[in-house]
Design a protein. Structure first.
Lengths: 273, 305
């Protein structure tokens, strides 16, 4: 239709994606550089990865980060799913406006404010800072992201199946487990993954709420980055990028397959009638 | 049975509600409280004005005698006022550049063959999942004086062998960092607005002899405005309070309020002043946040109805 515009479209796609991906690609390439200089190519080498696994401080930080991310993502998924149910299904109740405000506000809140305010809370109640304070902080902001993801699935949900189950005498909690949960499960899983990566990435909130013995990987990376670009940091970043990429692509393939299977089941059900 | 269902309903509301009250709302009230207290050399390093055991009478008398000292200090000290202004300015400029970069990309995506679109969408979302810190770090190696950009420009011959790019530690590097990091936030709402666009309108315009550029400004752009507005808010609001980007890419003369708060808290250990900085930052952002939510609400209602 618009032959003239096609060139424009292709150029903007190529330039746009080059801008998005070149810096990451360069970072990954230079993690395999033999030379310590970040701009001179000295041949292929995996020595920075070996060095990384011998760096006890980084390994400890990676372990703390993984534990925080796992625990906070799991609790945030439960709380966020409940919050989404409340927002979509529960109609009006006293304090609903405040509730939806508290769910949406953390999405755009500057991290420095969230971090500072939570730290001041922990200080005010004399709570020892460390693993649990970072985890609680991460639960609080990532549950809101989970709520938004699950909410969008719940909105586009055909409630007649649930109503049928209730009419046939199924208890509300059983209806939820047998019907609602399986249908919203893909959204719940992607909510968990989002919460996990948000926790994995967070520097600012963790820096405020952490205590002795709970240094996370981003904090470790940040303190080294301030001293300059090093191939070890490139190697850590490459591993993190690889993990996230594999996770996201697997998740999207799984959701796609589920979608295809669901459509096939629907077609079969229709043709049987 | 009915009582049981009622009990369930109560707990499903109460659990997330209480969590957010305790870990989101109450902390703000504490920030507010501490912003009115005085610095003390102690642990914690402030002298509280209010105490939880105060009665109502004590509270009202204390409210009357509140210390506005920290706020007066912030508003009279040139450093803070300039930091607020330059945060807003840097965020606004970067938002505009992000729009200029993101619009053609979103447009290209929306016009791509339908079977490409999920993959292209995935390619835009993927960097969003990658750590912010890593993406900012990637630019340090490129922008620093002996970095890759210098090497490339010298190789092409644009730059002499003894010249170096002077971008890192300047505000320009902060612009690049913000545009790069927040580009997916701009592209996604733009794409969803452009994808819904009815192609027959453009065909009609073409049939009636309207040149493509004019058709773009008369049809495509106005219809994509909800996406433009949503994208701009999504970039502008978090960019104002940004810490990592100005800290790693900006120089000592790049003032941004998120960084000022961080320094005030971690280096100067002045908790009351950093709380006051946080309160004013929040007041600055409340207007765009409320506008954004109102726009989102209208958008949702329009789509449903």
């Amino acid at each position: 239709m618009y032959r003239g515009a096609t060139w424009f479209n292709i150029t903007s796609l190529v330039l746009g994606f080059a801008f998005l991906y070149l810096p990451i690609l360069i970072l990954v390439i230079f993690s395999f550089n033999e030379s310590r200089l970040v701009t001179v190519w000295g041949g292929f080498s995996t020595k920075w990865y070996v060095e990384l696994f011998n760096n006890q401080g980084l390994m400890d930080a990676a372990w703390v980060t993984a534990r925080v991310a796992f625990v906070s993502a799991s609790i945030a998924t439960v709380l966020g799913t409940l919050a989404a149910l409340v927002l979509v299904r529960f109609g009006r109740f006293p304090g609903r406006t405040l509730f939806s405000g508290m769910v949406y506000a953390p999405l755009v809140m500057p991290e420095v404010i969230t971090g500072l305010s939570l730290l001041l809370l922990f200080v005010a109640v004399n709570f020892d800072r460390g693993f649990w304070t970072v985890t609680i902080a991460h639960i609080t902001f990532s549950m809101c992201f989970v709520a938004v993801v699950v909410q969008s699935r719940l909105v586009s949900f055909d409630t007649s199946v649930e109503e049928a189950a209730l009419d046939l005498g199924c208890t509300p909690s059983k209806t939820f487990m047998v019907i609602t949960l399986p249908i919203i499960l893909p959204a719940v899983i992607s909510g968990w993954m989002l919460a996990f990566t948000l926790s994995l990435d967070d520097l600012v909130i963790a820096s405020f709420t952490t205590g002795p013995g709970a240094t996370t990987l981003p904090m470790k990376i940040y303190s080294q980055v301030r001293l300059g670009v090093t191939p070890e940091i490139n190697a850590v970043c490459t591993i993190l990028i690889a993990l996230v990429t594999i996770g996201v692509i697997t998740a999207s393939l799984v959701t796609k397959r589920q979608e295809v299977e669901r459509k096939r089941a629907e077609r079969m059900a229709m043709s049987e009638n | 049975m009915a009582a049981n269902a009622h009990g369930n309903r109560f707990w499903i509301i109460a659990i997330p509600y209480l969590w957010l009250l305790i870990f989101f709302l109450v902390p703000f009230l504490i920030v507010l409280r501490i912003s009115f207290s005085e610095v003390a050399i102690a642990i914690p390093p402030y002298r509280p004005v209010f105490s939880l055991t105060d009665g109502w009478d004590v509270l009202t008398t204390k409210l009357a005698a509140l210390s506005w000292e920290n706020y007066r200090f912030l508003l009279t000290d040139d450093l803070y006022v300039r930091a607020y202004f330059s945060s807003v300015q840097i965020a606004a400029v970067s938002t505009f550049i992000t729009l200029l970069v993101g619009y053609p990309l979103a447009y290209g995506m929306a016009r791509a063959p339908a079977h490409w679109r999920p993959t292209l969408l995935m390619l835009v979302i993927l960097p969003f999942w990658t750590s912010f810190l890593i993406r900012v770090y990637a630019w340090i190696g490129i922008l620093k004086p002996e970095g890759l950009l210098t090497v490339v420009l010298q190789f092409i011959g644009i730059m002499g062998p003894d010249e170096q790019v002077q971008i890192i530690n300047t505000t320009n590097a902060v612009y690049i960092g913000i545009v790069y990091s927040y580009l997916p936030f701009m592209v996604l709402p733009l794409y969803s607005a452009l994808e819904k666009l009815d192609g027959s309108l453009l065909e009609a315009a073409e049939d009636l002899g309207c040149p493509p550029t004019k058709a773009f400004w008369k049809i495509t752009f106005p219809l994509s405005l909800p996406g433009v507005i949503a994208g701009c808010f999504l970039v502008f609001i978090p960019a104002v309070g940004e810490f990592v980007i100005p800290d790693l890419l900006g120089g000592s003369n790049t003032l941004m309020i998120g960084r000022t708060l961080w320094v005030e808290f971690f280096s100067n250990r002045d908790w009351p002043v950093s709380s006051a900085v946080a309160v004013i930052l929040l007041l600055l952002l409340i207007v765009p946040i409320v506008l954004f939510q109102a726009q989102q609400q209208r958008q949702q209602e329009r789509e449903r109805g």
